[in-house]
Write a protein of this length. Structure first.
Length: 108
């Protein structure tokens, strides 16, 4: 997780682990329930969601999370969350304000 902004190659991870790429992929999938690439992508989206709650520019967030471009992050983020990064930020910011003021909407 500490190196999500880096380009990650399965063969490099397998070599570090001292096993074949095939075996690494198989063992990773058994332990994490998903392929290495899918896990890395999910972790990048998770980090992006956290950073979007702050004020960092979306282009900088995409680089900090290891996406090749802002448009790449937007496409992947939308596939994972159903929202664009800007849309997520707007909703997350509203929720943070709501949580801080302890206001409940739709309540009686």
């Amino acid at each position: 997780e500490a190196h999500l902004e880096d380009t990650v190659h399965l063969d490099d991870l397998a070599r570090i682990a001292g096993i074949s790429g095939y075996h690494f992929h198989r063992m990773f999938r058994l332990s994490r329930g998903m392929a290495p690439h899918a896990w890395i992508t999910a972790q990048r989206v998770k980090r992006a969601r956290a950073l979007l709650r702050g004020r960092m520019q979306i282009a900088r967030i995409s680089a900090a999370c290891g996406f090749s471009s802002q448009s790449h992050m937007t496409r992947v983020f939308r596939n994972h969350t159903g929202l664009t990064p800007a849309g997520y930020r707007a909703i997350a910011t509203d929720r943070i304000v709501e949580d801080k003021s302890h206001v409940e909407y739709g309540g009686e």
